[in-house]
Design a protein around this ligand. Structure first.
Ligand code: NAD
Ligand code: MG
Length: 400
């Protein structure tokens, strides 16, 4: 019988806990990046080697003055130039673009890459870090959704751990610590259902951007908040779980749990259901990934047992939220189809946020792009990024 351990990196030996870790954070000015830096501030033993962000030089300047990284990357050349002037008195090297992201991800002197960037831009730096033998704390699910077939075998070959930061996947990871993979019957991904849970499709026709941005439980970046309202986020998470835990799509179930207390569950072959519960606060999964396999005390609000008397679970509204069934279709078809799903969603969400399309057009656009696409089997990174570009152009062409 295959006794492959889920956490091949599992090392529950008290003596082996690493006392301090050096981090590189991609996306340090975003929601996950900022919360990662809060954990760094609250806990002993975490040092920042490099930070990267898109264009927010004000916040990057503050982060440099507070955390003293040796390197900072701004995606845009103009922003990098501006930042160089702002922090001329600091001992920090400012880099730019993909070259900069690859350089900091491949540095020798660090331990964990926190990939909290948004979009497929995360693929190449993640590959570079794995090749350099670094542990990956992965929030950037798009990387696994589109390039899981490249990332996972590479990580295995390099003996590198991919530690999930996404709360559901962290819950699953925590619930299967040390169990052999072939003892798992099913993974139960919980979903809050988002702000439009319980509504009928026709009631979604004219929802406004402000309403879609009001998530009932979690505070997150704008893109992922819209993805939660459409349930596309759960669709991406199904594909993320498939790669992280190497199970079949038929073994991944979604259950709507509006309170967001049970973060996900693992059902074993003997019927045991193991879950991880906690308050909806990303700092817990972030901290778990940073210190794995150790645990640290945390200041965050804790669950009160009385809260558990009102937990509810329901079947997702498959007929209302097409984003979910399209994700299963894309995942099962495989090849370049998950890239089409992800790229079409990214572009559609940005058009929705600009007020140029309606809420229901988001899944419509994803579906139409998937239908028109001629699937590439086993795409390499260049092909994945080409497909992304083609989908962007196709959508811009149709909706400008
Ligand atoms: P966000 O939009 O708040 O932040 C994104 C960060 O990436 C910013 O720092 C931005 O400057 C940076 N960035 C974007 N493009 C860049 C580029 N080309 N070069 C360098 N930096 C760039 O997003 P977020 O909500 O923090 O989400 C980040 C990732 O984590 C996403 O993949 C998301 O799906 C995942 N995630 C987020 C949450 C959450 O609670 N926010 C939970 C689970 C998973
Ligand atoms: Mg999640």
């Amino acid at each position: 019988m295959n006794s492959d351990k889920i956490s091949d990196c599992n090392q529950n030996d008290q003596g082996s806990f690493q006392k301090s870790k050096r981090l590189v954070i991609l996306g340090s000015t975003g929601s996950i990046g900022r919360q990662t830096l809060e954990v760094v501030k609250e806990q002993d033993g975490l040092d920042i080697v490099a930070l990267a962000a898109g264009s927010n030089t004000d916040l990057m300047e503050k982060q440099i003055r507070e955390f003293h990284p040796a390197y900072a990357v701004m995606w845009e050349e103009k922003a990098a130039k501006e930042l160089r002037e702002k922090v001329a008195d600091q001992n920090v090297k400012i880099l730019t673009g993909m070259e900069g992201l690859l350089e900091i991800s491949s540095l020798e002197a660090y331990d964990v890459l926190v990939t909290a960037i948004v979009g497929m831009i995360g693929i190449r730096p993640t590959i570079a870090a794995i090749k350099a033998g670094k542990t990956i704390a992965l929030a950037n699910k798009e990387t696994l959704v589109t390039a899981g077939h490249i990332i996972m075998p590479l990580a295995k070959r390099m003996g590198v751990c991919i530690l999930p930061v996404d709360s559901e996947h962290s819950a699953i990871f925590q619930s299967m610590n040390g169990e052999p993979r072939d003892r798992i019957a099913r993974l139960w991904l919980t979903a809050s259902g988002g702000p439009f849970r319980g509504r009928k499709r026709e009631e979604l026709a004219d929802v406004r951007v402000e309403d879609a941005l009001k998530h009932p439980n979690w505070s997150m970046g704008r893109k992922i908040t819209i993805d939660s309202a459409t349930m596309v986020n759960k669709g991406l998470e199904i594909m993320e779980a498939k790669w992280l835990f190497q199970v079949d799509y038929d073994q991944i179930k979604v259950v709507v749990h509006p309170q967001s207390i049970v973060h996900s569950m693992v059902e074993y072959m003997d019927g045991a259901l193991i879950a991880q519960l906690g308050m909806p606060d990303m700092k817990l999964p972030i901290q778990y990934a940073l210190f794995y396999p150790d645990r640290r005390p945390a200041e965050q609000k804790k669950i009160e047992i009385s809260m558990l008397s009102s937990l509810t679970f329901e079947e997702p509204q498959w007929d209302t939220f097409d984003g979910l069934s399209l994700a299963l279709k894309a995942g099962k078809e495989g090849g370049s189809m998950p890239t089409v799903y992800n790229a079409a969603n990214e572009k559609a969400v940005s058009l929705f946020l600009e007020g140029r399309i309606t809420f229901l057009q988001i899944p419509e656009i994803i579906g139409s792009c998937m239908e028109r696409h001629k699937k590439i089997e086993n795409p390499d990174v260049d092909q994945i990024l080409e497909v992304e570009q083609e989908i962007y152009e196709d959508i811009m062409h149709r909706f400008q």
